[in-house]
Design a binder for this molecule. Structure first.
Ligand code: AMP
Length: 504
């Protein structure tokens, strides 16, 4: 049997002498280096006692060596488990206890704090890897053979375990198979017209599905290359655009790049594609980007559990505020959240997904897994609407839905009205405990610099535009909205900060 995912990656390499990645220090790595280095990591893991199906957990800074370690884990038949660099030792304790990895790799600077945590959880081996790609894991790879044989893995064997960034409750480990990753990367290569000549600017973190699977697996399957940045830096990205063809980013990338004085159509002339995802891209940002660069951002939608679900078309209209059509092989339906009955086009409901992209379930949580599937469809928790042509628009998270006096208010609808007001940069609409209404619709607004916005004027501007029950009871102003590493607005933090607003 072959190694399903890595065989697909190998098949993408038409010429090993071609480039694979260039790092910020100017170091260049060929496709041959990728094959050799990942083989060494596979050998290192095997020598450390990692057996097929064992988890290999890493909490390390972004580096190309970490990418090779990911590929080495896949080739060793292991299950790759990347952890957000922001997690504290208490959080790491939970992940190590839950996933029981055979090996844990951390930054050398955190080894003293994390080694006892790993030991208490029975993790046999703790190694290190730093931002420069140095550490005991890299040394183990140096010492291993570059000619190892890949461990056979089938389409349904696990390749990765990614914990969801869930804002409430315990984090759940999404089990992703070789074919979940391979099929989705292949669909995106075709949908986004990737070729070996593409050069991707990689500035996303690599502990998340976007930077790790969308960006890296698509580059690999296409035999393309990347300019690999340690983190998001708008000036560095702008400087690289002349040498690149594609940028993948979260919406914050685009709002920050728009503030760069050098962002012009000329600066972007060599680029063919700008992709946005992981959080909603404001329609206004989409329009500003087109005005500044002449390019329409291609927005796509996905999640850890499902990989990518929909994409705006490569050819055809990329409609601001929508996430496009289901990818080839992926089915999407919109259902009544309570009954599960499929709704007609144009009705708002729960987005459900089926296809080779959908994960194998939550690690060691069969009940949670069962609860999130309905007749074989995965219930995303996102509320959306599909038009007759199949184009999807996201209206909000199910858990963000505000229920006020028995009426449902979809925050996105109110946010869209608020965002269109002069002097509003962006907004978040939340429900706060309210004695009369259960929840009070509350608007939190980020005003533009120098704009003088007042609560009464904002409320007056909305009147007549939205049904009365949807109108915010209060409007609050903040300098910025709290966001996580992937640019998602953390509404739970807003709800906590303003929880007492309607308490007399
Ligand atoms: P994660 O598992 O961290 O990737 O988060 C997945 C969630 O991000 C989805 O369920 C959506 O709520 C949100 N998301 C991803 N892409 C988009 C998008 N283009 N527009 C709106 N929300 C998105």
């Amino acid at each position: 049997m072959a190694n399903h995912l890595f065989d697909r990656i190998r098949a993408g390499i038409a010429d090993p002498a071609r480039p694979f990645a260039e790092t910020a220090d100017g170091a260049r790595h060929s496709q041959a280096d990728l094959l050799e280095r990942s083989a060494r990591y596979a050998g290192a893991f095997a020598a450390l006692g990692v057996k097929p199906g064992d988890r290999v957990a890493l909490q390390v800074e972004k580096s190309l060596e970490a990418v090779f370690a990911y590929l080495g884990a896949v080739r060793a038949g292991a299950v790759f488990l990347p952890l957000n660099t922001a997690y504290t030792p208490a959080e790491i304790d939970y992940f190590l206890g839950d996933a029981e990895p055979a090996v844990f790799v951390c930054d050398p600077a955190h080894r003293a704090a994390l080694e006892p945590v790993a030991a208490a959880r029975g993790v046999g081996r703790v190694l290190t890897l730093d931002a420069a790609g140095r550490g005991t894991l890299a040394q183990a790879a140096d010492a291993a053979s570059p000619h190892g044989v890949d461990v056979p893995r089938g389409p349904d064997d696990l390749a990765a375990l990614l914990y969801t960034s869930g804002t409430t409750g315990r984090s759940k480990g999404a089990m992703l198979s070789h074919d979940n990753l391979a099929s989705n990367a292949q669909a995106l290569v075709e949908e986004w017209r990737f070729t070996p000549d593409d050069v991707l600017i990689h500035a996303l973190p690599i502990f998340h599905t976007h930077g790790l699977f969308v960006a890296i697996n698509v580059t690999l399957l296409a035999g393309a290359s990347m300019l690999f940045l340690p983190r998001f830096d708008p000036a560095a990205i702008l400087a690289l655009m002349g040498r690149a063809s594609v940028l993948m980013g979260v919406p914050t990338f685009y709002t920050r790049l728009l503030k760069q004085p050098g962002l012009t159509a000329t600066a972007c002339a060599g680029m063919r594609l700008f992709v946005s995802g992981s959080a909603p891209l404001l329609a206004e940002t989409h329009r500003q980007w087109t005005a500044a660069t002449g390019h329409a951002i291609l927005e796509r939608y996905g999640m850890t559990e499902t990989n990518m679900i929909t994409s705006n078309p490569y050819e055809g209209e990329r409609v601001p505020g929508t996430v496009g059509f289901p990818l080839p092989g992926v089915s999407v339906r919109v259902t009544d959240p309570d009954t599960g009955r499929e709704l007609i086009a144009g009705a708002v409901g729960m987005i459900e997904v089926k296809g080779p992209n959908v994960f194998k379930g939550y690690w060691r949580m069969p009940e949670k897994t069962a609860a999130e599937f309905r007749d074989g469809w995965f219930v995303t928790g996102d509320l959306g609407v599909m038009d007759l042509a199949g184009r999807v628009q996201i209206v909000g998270r199910g858990k963000d839905l505000v229920i006020t006096g028995g009426f449902n208010v979809y925050p996105k609808e109110v946010e869209t009205e608020l965002d269109a007001l002069p002097g509003v940069v962006e907004s978040a609409v939340i429900g706060l405990p309210h004695a009369d209404f259960g929840e009070g619709v509350t608007a939190v607004i980020v005003p533009a610099e120098g704009a003088r916005l007042e609560e009464a004027a904002v409320l007056a501007a909305l009147e007549g535009r939205l049904a009365k029950f949807k109108l915010p009871k209060r409007v609050l102003f903040v300098n910025e909205l709290p966001r996580n590493a992937m640019g998602k607005v953390q509404k739970n933090l807003l709800r906590d900060s303003f929880a007492g607003l309607y308490r007399a």
